[in-house]
Ligand binder design. Structure first.
Ligand code: BES
Ligand code: MN
Ligand code: ZN
Length: 483
């Protein structure tokens, strides 16, 4: 979808549909569009359309307008509108227009401007809402919204905001594509090739092979890879847009999680292709960081492997040693995410990071606690945790902090090793966080569990069914404030 900015009048713009955002207060802002439009809007308002949040109505335009249709999109109560409301309206508008076969649209900014809201948020939502994954479909009958024109006097500020929205949306779409790709194609090798495409623009990409990981002593990572014939990879991206200590981002990249010997139930197992959503989010962030030339030093680490049962797979009861020397008793081979992240965190500490962030589809308990509405967050640094809470407010990618009480340490005590990798159902969201905390050392660290939010079973306003690309916008927003 292309985005244009054009200083044109609503009535005279050549497009399939004119988008009119509207609050519950009614259509009065569009009075200047002429008497016949006013009459039309007054007629539908409160009967077919009441301006409620995310409500949409597509109607034929009156004859004095060049656009064939009007798309009314609700913003709700004007007192309660936030940037997230606008983003959602943008998403709903784009997906509705696309479904109706509209190819081009124009956005009237009268109401948004009146409320001091940014059309760029609307556009960000539209770009995200128009996303579709159809790589494996034979038919090519997909309807596509090709362009949206913002009807505004062009300005540097607006062009910059829209440029940012495009970069961000492209990075989220990139992450979504990776996650939606089935595991027979999305192998650790494939993921490393996708990462390698980001080379250049101050970005280096290197890949640790199995033998490198062995030499480094990444025993918890390698224990997960033992059951699979696909070679495991630790993918390391380094973007040097600034000097000084780096921010390290770690993304869980299990390209398929069968549970291993602690095999998962068959029902719904196909979804476990999304167990690399953390890694995809990190790649999305790295792409945006380099495209927007952020003045920061950022490192992305993706510990990538399949988790499969097999003749040489790790067994419950096995004890393995992590890169930092900590030994771990494997209680469940299905608690593999923390095993691969632990080694990545241990490796990351050699960079003496100013901040370490891991993002992972780590626990089923995350969705039990929060459903599909928020990321579970844990960490060891109030300042960094606060930055994520703030970014959640800006981006609509909500986070909810879970506690890491000292007492949880007990839960992970093993009789034979320093730690066990699973402590049972009781408190399993927070014990997974506590496990990771043991590998953060003194680095300021935040853990983001996206198990409930990385995938959606139903269309959301700017997230079509499937992979959501969650985390990309949140982390980017934190980085933007760091520089
Ligand atoms: N990848 C799963 C977590 C998951 C489950 C993500 C459902 C998305 C949807 C993870 O590796 C896992 O299996 N976690 C176990 C941990 C347990 C064995 C301690 C879980 O949550 O059941
Ligand atoms: Mn698992
Ligand atoms: Zn997993």
């Amino acid at each position: 979808m292309d985005v244009f900015i054009k200083n044109a009048r609503e009535a005279s713009c050549a497009c399939d549909a004119l988008i009119l955002p509207m609050t519950e207060a009614g259509p009065s802002a569009y009075g200047s569009l002429g008497p016949s439009v006013s009459k039309l809007l007054k007629k539908v308002f409160s009967r077919e359309f009441s301006g409620k949040k995310n409500e949409v109505l597509l109607v034929p335009a009156s004859d004095d307008l060049k656009p064939g249709r009007l798309l009314l999109v609700g913003l709700g109560n004007r007192e309660e509108i936030t940037s997230e409301t606008v983003r959602q309206a943008g998403g709903r508008a784009a997906s509705h227009l696309q479904g109706a076969g509209m190819k081009t649209a124009a956005l009237s900014i009268r109401v948004l401007s009146g409320l001091k809201l940014s059309p760029a948020d609307f556009i960000e939502g539209s770009l995200l809402g128009a996303y579709a994954y159809r790589r494996y479909k034979k038919e090519n009958n997909h309807k596509e919204l090709r362009a949206v024109t913002i009807l505004s006097r062009p300005s540097r500020a607006l062009a910059k905001e829209v440029g940012r929205a495009k970069t961000v949306a492209a990075s989220v779409s990139f992450a979504r594509d990776l996650v939606n790709t089935p595991a027979n194609d999305m192998t650790p090798s494939h993921l490393s090739r996708e990462a390698a495409k980001l080379r250049g623009r101050k970005m280096t990409v290197r890949v640790l092979e199995r033998k490198d990981a062995e030499r480094l002593g990444m025993g918890t990572f390698l224990s997960v890879a033992r059951g699979s014939h696909e070679p495991p990879k630790v993918i390391i991206l380094e973007y040097k847009g600034g000097k000084g200590a780096p921010v390290v981002l770690i993304g869980k990249s299990i390209t398929f999680d069968s549970g291993g010997i602690s095999l998962k139930p068959a029902d719904g197992m196909e979804k476990m292709k999304y167990d690399m959503a953390g890694g995809a989010a990190v790649l999305g962030v790295m792409k945006a960081v380099s495209e927007s030339r952020m003045p920061l030093h950022v490192i992305g680490i993706l510990p990538a492997t399949e988790n499969l049962p097999g003749g040489s797979a790790t067994k419950p009861g096995d004890v393995v040693r992590s890169i930092n020397g900590t030994t771990v008793e494997v209680i469940s081979t299905d608690a593999e995410g923390r095993m691969v992240i632990a080694d990545a965190m241990g490796y990351a500490r050699r960079y003496k990071p100013r901040a370490m962030v891991d993002i992972a589809t780590l626990t089923g308990a995350c969705s039990i606690a929060l459903g599909n509405e928020a990321i579970a967050m844990m960490g060891n640094d109030r300042g960094l945790i606060g930055r994520f809470s703030d970014a959640a407010g800006r981006t609509g990618e909500r986070v909810w902090e879970m506690p890491l009480f000292e007492e949880y340490k007990e839960y992970l005590k093993s009789d034979v090793a320093d730690l066990k990798n699973a402590a049972g159902r009781n408190g399993s969201l927070v014990t997974s966080g506590w496990f990771l905390k043991e590998f953060a050392g003194d680095a300021p660290w935040v853990h983001l569990d996206i198990a409930g939010t990385a995938w959606t079973e139903k269309d959301k306003p700017y997230m079509p069914k499937g992979s959501t690309g969650i985390g990309v916008r949140l982390i980017l927003s934190v980085l933007e404030e760091l520089k």
